[in-house]
Design a protein. Structure first.
Length: 339
């Protein structure tokens, strides 16, 4: 069994005049038709999943799909209507408000689209603020803030105010502030969506660099599929409050659950997602040049397309496990063009 840091079981969040009563009247599983008929909104509907230790789990969907409501339900910023949220095995639906506040202060980091920096405080003070709220002594919290400042590449800007920083720098401060408490799990709700494309790419690079160093357990919300496949270990797609599919980027591109998921994956950069292992033939005995089963097809496409015969595919131990030919590559790169 894979260890999970946080998980939810049959999670619901319904908006309306009497969500609990409505939920009970419909036997704990109201339909979309019942919700609409009585004027309720099922923002999160029967969602269950677990976030593995050290994993970046991406949740995405169109506007109104429920993805941001879900992350707020997981942290109980919006109390769920029903279901269970397990954090290290403890059900957050059963903890007191005081216990919940302590969990947020000590074990959860949160970053949102709007940076939420305190305009009257400088960068160092903004980063140290969560530790100040916790009651950490000034010297200790400023030392920690300086360490995090260096980690996110803002050393030398301790005394700047938010208005003196670019959008990307402000978001770095927001990220640094969320890391100051050394969270065990990190929640990020579209943190880069307000940034210009070039800055956004730089922040994604920074995010991946930090994750390589810190190995946090992360729930990341986005509406951008390219961002999702670049950052995520697994991707969950939501529609009308339901989790439609949750799997690896590669599996989602190759095996979308339905037409809705297909629309997300239609323009995916397949060459950066699909591995040789997924498209190879099981036939062995191909001599000559070999390619790794774990290679992305974009990295070996020219080699395969230029070869007159299929190439051997080898595993991590150099053992031949299959072969790959031009037709495999063309079908993988251009599925709609191949009958």
């Amino acid at each position: 069994m894979i260890d999970s840091k946080i998980s939810c079981v049959n999670l619901w969040k319904i908006f309306g005049p009497d969500p609990q009563g409505f939920f009970r009247r419909h036997g704990g599983n109201p339909s979309q038709e019942a919700l609409a008929a009585e004027g309720y909104i099922g923002a999160v509907r029967a969602v269950s999943f677990a976030v593995r230790l050290g994993e970046i789990l991406i949740i995405m969907g169109l506007s109104g799909s429920g993805k941001s409501t879900l992350i707020r339900a997981l942290t109980r910023l919006n109390d769920p209507t029903a279901g269970h949220i397990l954090f290290d095995g403890q059900d957050l639906m059963q903890v007191s408000n005081r216990q919940l506040i302590e969990l947020r202060r000590h074990k959860m980091g949160m970053v949102f689209q709007h940076f939420g920096l305190l305009p009257h405080r400088n960068v160092l003070s903004n980063i140290a603020f969560p530790l100040e709220v916790r009651g950490t002594a000034r010297d200790e919290r400023e030392t920690r803030a300086r360490e995090i400042l260096k980690l996110v590449g803002l050393e030398g800007r301790e005394d700047y105010f938010p208005r003196e920083l670019s959008g990307g720098q402000q978001q770095r401060v927001g990220i640094a502030r969320s890391l100051a408490v050394e969270p065990e799990i990190w929640f990020l709700d579209e943190p880069f969506s307000a940034l210009d494309p070039l800055i956004r790419r730089e922040m994604q690079d920074e995010f991946l660099r930090l994750q390589k160093l810190l190995k946090k357990t992360i729930v990341f919300i986005t509406h951008d599929f390219e961002e999702a496949i670049r950052l995520g270990d697994r991707i969950g797609i939501m529609k009308d409050g339901r989790l439609v599919q949750l799997t690896t980027p590669e599996d989602m591109v190759l095996n979308p659950a339905d037409d809705y998921v297909s629309e997300f994956t239609k323009h995916a950069p397949r060459e950066r997602v699909i591995t040789v292992r997924s498209i190879m033939s099981n036939s062995n005995g191909i001599a000559g040049t070999a390619v790794s089963a774990n290679a992305r097809i974009g990295d070996i496409a020219a080699q395969v397309l230029a070869a007159d015969t299929p190439l051997a595919v080898v595993d991590e131990n150099g053992r031949t496990i299959g072969s790959i030919a031009r037709d495999h590559m063309i079908k993988a790169l251009f599925p709609q063009a191949v009958p």
